[in-house]
Design a protein around this ligand. Structure first.
Ligand code: F6R
Length: 612
């Protein structure tokens, strides 16, 4: 969704702001703009489309000053247009605002302000904010800070705001409610950003603003208070990842880089959570006794993280015997789930900022449930609102299509399931060790699959041109089929559907013809569903479907059915999805590449879905 940056110091702000916005490009956007303050005057530049357009505009009409705010917009209220792009201004142009989030009561506020003589130049919800601040100053607010506070008290919805006042040139202001915002701390310069990668090359420490807080930021210091004016002592946190983590490192895209990072991430998760004597540490304060008494788990998440939740349900139920349900956060929050306070809620989220996942956490907290997140971003809202977190620690995921976060979530659930199974006595120590031995093979197996990318590329390119494709899997690999289809549609814009193979006869078999690529995940292990999967594949063959099979090493039978075979190492059934998905990520990747799409920033998508 929208990206926010801000700078105050003694360097030229424009370049720093554009650079920060470039680093936020991955969040998805349709227009961008900056406002810079110099000699008591704000000047600005905005442009539709890619940041390069804004840069060209700023070359022709430079703006100068050592403090400023910038924004990439992902349209919600009002189509992408010059007028709707941020920053927005007060009537007199003396107050400038950038905003991520949605002001839900903007229509009423706009009506009130119109009656007071304000005119609006955009269709956005954001534009009410500079006008409200202006009105508060007219109505006698003693200072810009007080005018901002009065304004915040009137806003309903979500915001991360950056505000520049012509009348207070040594300060930029920011405020947060429901949308992430950090303050980056430098030497005689400070920053604001909606996400760490925007400023990771410039800072090593940051303050994560809490909901209901605002800050006055000067080059030499930061003052925090609540919306009610109570002072807040800031908690300074060290940024754990490095600037290189948010760079291409020689790969043509972030997605390809992140696919390649997976084996290393999985290995380091195993090293971190499993000690040399085979003891699993899940890194949370929840006691073994808590898990012994637990009898129900509810997993909530969206998109790819939901597929990780589906995988987790199968694994947790199988290994721990606990009843587990999983739901899309966007459905969960609007149904009437029968959840008792003893249920453990597990929100799964890469970004930790997904609006529906956060709403589900808040609902469950209202019922008295304990919340244990599986999340990648320290300091994120999901982490802060949960009682405990299993961190996936896979570094910033910049490619919009989630890859490394997914396999790290799968690994987190594999470790969690084994830990719970052992403390509850569902699995003996010896059996857990046997599982861990097999889990340890997974990073190398995934590495092996990634090394086959040239082969996978040939298959991806061969089948990239159809209007649609079907992904089939069973049991542990049913979520893999859904995830493969999601990857394909996100980045190649080809319609793709994931199905439980056993459902074929109940409808989708009607789709099969010689034009339809059918991606069949049929890795051969001890899993009883292998034979069933094989029958499904024969049904596709009988109807001349184009079969692309993901098969285990040594499976000669399946390899006979089709030329398009991706052979992967055989690992334990329960862990095969972590390996198999690597093949599907690459298949989608090369299909998208052949279709010439913008793989890291697919159309219409945003990396972090902070609004409903
Ligand atoms: C798919 C993808 C999305 C996210 C979903 C949840 O590739 O990236 O489907 O998985 O928006 O996001 P998080 O995990 O940040 O809550």
């Amino acid at each position: 969704m929208c990206g926010v940056v801000g700078y105050i110091g003694n360097k030229e702000a424009a370049q720093i702001l554009v650079d920060g916005l470039q680093r936020l490009e991955y969040r998805g956007y349709d227009s961008a703009g900056i406002a810079v303050l110099d000699d008591g005057k704000i000047s600005s530049g905005k442009e539709m489309g890619r940041l390069a357009n804004l840069e060209r505009k700023l070359e022709k009409n430079p703006v100068s000053g050592t403090r400023g705010i910038g924004h990439t917009r992902w349209a919600t209220h009002g189509a992408p247009s010059q007028a709707n792009s941020h920053p927005h201004f007060s009537s007199d142009g003396a107050i400038s605002v950038v905003h991520n989030g949605i002001i839900e009561n903007y229509a009423d506020l706009r009506d009130e302000l119109s009656e007071q003589g304000h005119t609006f130049l955009s269709e956005t919800d954001t534009e009410v904010v500079p006008h409200l601040i202006e009105q508060a100053l007219k109505d006698g607010a003693a200072s810009p800070a007080e005018a901002l506070r009065c304004t915040l008290q009137k806003l309903r919805g979500a915001y991360a705001l950056g505000v520049l006042f012509q009348c207070e040139p040594d300060t930029i202001y920011c405020a947060r409610l429901g949308s992430p915002l950090i303050i980056g701390l430098g030497e005689n310069e400070n920053f604001i950003a909606s996400d760490v990668p925007a400023i990771i090359n410039r800072i090593s420490e940051a303050i994560y603003l809490n909901d209901g807080e605002m800050a006055a930021i000067r080059a030499d210091g930061v003052e925090l208070c609540t919306v009610d004016g109570a002072a807040v002592i800031p908690e300074v946190k060290k940024i754990e990842f490095k600037a290189e983590d948010a760079e291409h490192a020689g790969f043509e895209t972030f997605m390809l880089k992140e696919i390649h990072e997976q084996p290393r991430i999985l290995r380091s998760m195993l090293e971190k959570h499993v000690s040399s004597d085979g003891t699993i540490d899940i890194g949370t304060d929840l006691s073994p006794d808590y898990f012994r008494k637990l009898n129900r788990i509810m997993i909530v998440s969206c998109g790819t993280a939901y597929h990780a939740g589906m995988y987790a349900k199968l694994l947790l139920e199988n290994l721990t015997g606990i009843a587990v349900e999983t739901d899309l956060a966007s459905e969960f929050r609007y149904r009437d789930p029968k959840i008792d306070p003893g249920t453990l809620i597990i929100p799964v989220s890469q970004s930790g900022e997904t609006a529906d996942t956060l709403a589900s956490i808040r609902m469950a907290k209202g019922w008295g449930c304990k919340i244990m997140a599986v999340c990648n971003v320290e300091g994120s809202s999901v982490v802060r609102e949960s009682d405990a977190t299993f961190f996936t620690n896979c570094g910033p995921e910049i490619g919009v299509a989630s890859t490394k976060a997914y396999t790290a979530q799968q690994m987190a659930f594999a470790l969690l399931s084994l830990y719970i199974a052992e403390v509850r006595g569902n699995l003996s120590r010896e059996r857990v060790q046997a599982y861990l031995k097999d889990l340890n093979e997974v990073p190398d197996a995934l590495h092996y699959v990634i090394q086959k990318k040239a082969e996978i590329q040939v298959i991806g390119e061969k089948h990239h041109d159809g209007p649609s494709s079907l992904y089939l899997g069973r049991r542990y690999n049913f979520p893999t089929a859904l995830e493969g289809a999601l990857k394909n549609k996100e980045i190649s814009y080809q319609h793709a559907e994931g199905y439980a193979a056993g459902e074929m006869k109940h409808g989708p078999i009607a789709l099969i013809n010689e034009a339809l690529p059918v991606i069949c995940i049929c890795t051969k292990t001890a899993d009883e569903v292998y034979e069933k999967m094989l029958s499904n594949i024969k049904e596709v063959e009988a109807r001349s479907g184009r079969i692309i099979a993901i098969v285990s090493e040594g499976d000669t039978e399946l390899s006979k059915l089709t030329d398009d075979v991706i052979v992967v190492p055989a690992v334990r059934d329960e862990f095969s999805p972590i390996v198999n998905v690597g093949a599907l990520q690459l298949l989608a990747y090369y299909a998208a590449r052949a279709r010439g799409t913008d793989i890291d920033k697919p159309r219409n998508l945003a990396k972090s879905v902070t609004v409903e």
